[in-house]
Design a binder for this molecule. Structure first.
Ligand SMILES: Cc1cc2nc3c(=O)[nH]c(=O)nc-3n(C[C@H](O)[C@H](O)[C@H](O)COP(=O)(O)OP(=O)(O)OC[C@H]3O[C@@H](n4cnc5c(N)ncnc54)[C@H](O)[C@@H]3O)c2cc1C
Length: 392
């Protein structure tokens, strides 16, 4: 039995950041980290970007073990007892804590057909599997036009694969980008040799020897040697639900990251947290949030008492296109746009019914995230002048 002051369930970027937050305030409290993956914490964003562009795999490690952390990899926590303050792992060992963090992230959403033959791209092992399958002339069907689908389609195309990307929306990134931008990204992918199939759902996947046959809602047949899917994630809340912590599309936490008790915390992709600058709560699945929320909540586990009031930003790279974004970047909101070069370099503002800034998409515009944050916090009306100020 392990006896720890702090137990962290999960081994992602949030878990690593939480260890750092704890160590900022408590240099020697015993700290045990349990992760169901076979690896110590690593950075996920390079898995769909830099590692395909030649960056060494070794660059992903976060160095968590240097923080004086007992890392138990390949150990899933299966049971919590909040009264006894214990966590039991899948080897049947029970570990005690004074403070517990749930940083369990999310599991990829899966299709009804295809089973384990489909690569649901999320982990380092998924990257290794896909890297081994990819190569010149290999036909890959990528299902999903969101973050993971669009990035991995670009990475595979650059690696010589013959890529078809298929998704139900009208355009790549359609849940974020205004319609015109999203359809121009479709055209851009086509210009890079990717077959873009928009507005169609994959309804069935059948394997015939080494060939996969995908049938879409428009009865289109797509043949592929490999199928990759990026359909979003479902937050891993089972442990929290089992001990009756409040859950609503994520574990509900307060501004300190507490999940309804002083000794249980949650952070990162799995947590739903208050966002004073925008009102209400959000659950954010991005790197900056994993790092900052994880660090802040870790600090609070060690008694820092710091409210989380950060507006996390996110970013993506699509071939040579790239962007940063902050706030509510949601194509269901009204938008105002200002382009230096249409759909290549410019700013999109997302506004509420009163024209006030909710979010900004900075398309090939760099170093402006803090200015965009300040505009959102100020509640200023967003017009052409405001957008142009982000392009200066
Ligand atoms: C391929 C890829 C590319 C990305 N690119 C970007 C990007 O460009 N920009 C950006 O902003 N964000 C990006 N993200 C998102 C970002 O990486 C995530 O938001 C962040 O990694 C979430 O970290 P997390 O630790 O909260 O959750 P996770 O990464 O999901 O980690 C949770 C960990 O907990 C483990 N676990 C779960 N349950 C248990 C249990 N019961 N017991 C033990 N262990 C458990 C899981 O196995 C996992 O290791 C990307 C994500 C992926 C997958």
């Amino acid at each position: 039995m392990g006896i720890y002051r702090y137990v962290i369930v999960g081994g992602g970027m949030t878990a690593d950041a939480a260890c750092r937050g704890i160590r900022d305030h408590d240099t020697d409290g015993t700290l045990g980290l349990f992760t169901s993956e076979a690896h110590a914490p690593y950075a996920r964003p390079p898995l769909s970007k830099a590692l395909w562009a030649g960056k060494e795999e070794d660059s992903v490690w976060r160095g968590t073990s240097e923080l004086g952390v007992d890392i138990h990899s390949g150990r899933r926590i299966v049971l919590l007892d909040l009264d006894a303050r214990t966590a039991t792992d899948d080897a049947g060992e029970t570990h005690s804590y004074e403070r517990l963090l749930l940083a369990t992230g999310g599991a990829p959403r899966q299709l009804a057909s295809g089973g384990d033959d489909i690569v649901y791209f999320r982990t380092l092992d998924d990257f290794r599997r896909l890297r081994a399958l990819a190569g010149d002339g290999v036909r890959v069907a990528v299902i999903g036009g969101g973050f993971i689908g669009s990035e991995i389609a670009a990475a595979l195309a650059v690696s010589g694969c013959v890529v078809t990307i298929v998704f139900p929306e009208n355009g790549i990134g359609a849940r974020l980008f205004p319609r015109g931008l999203s359809s121009s990204v479709n055209d851009y992918y086509r210009s890079k040799g990717v077959d873009v199939v928009s507005g169609e759902l994959v309804e069935e996947i059948v394997r015939d020897g080494s060939t996969f046959r995908l049938t879409t809602s428009a009865q289109r047949l797509i043949e592929a040697d490999t199928v990759v899917a990026g359909l979003g994630i479902v937050p891993k809340t089972e442990l929290a639900e089992h001990v009756e912590l409040a859950v609503d599309d994520g574990i509900l936490v307060d501004e300190l990251g507490r999940a309804g008790r002083d000794d249980v915390f949650a952070a990162g992709d799995v947590a739903r947290f208050p966002v004073p600058a925008l009102g209400g709560t959000r659950r954010v699945e991005h790197e900056d949030h994993a790092n900052t929320h994880g660090r802040c909540v870790g600090a609070n586990m060690a008694g820092a008492n710091e409210s989380y009031d950060h507006l996390p930003f996110f970013y993506s790279d699509l071939f040579e296109l790239g962007y940063e974004a902050v706030g509510d970047v949601d194509s269901r909101l009204a938008t105002v746009e200002e382009w230096i070069d249409p759909n290549r370099k410019g700013v999109v503002g997302y506004v509420d019914g009163d024209g006030r800034a909710r979010g900004f998409l900075l398309w090939d515009v760099w170093g402006k995230v803090d200015d965009a944050r300040a505009l959102i916090r100020s509640g200023a009306a967003t017009d052409g002048d405001v957008l142009r100020s982000l392009l200066d």
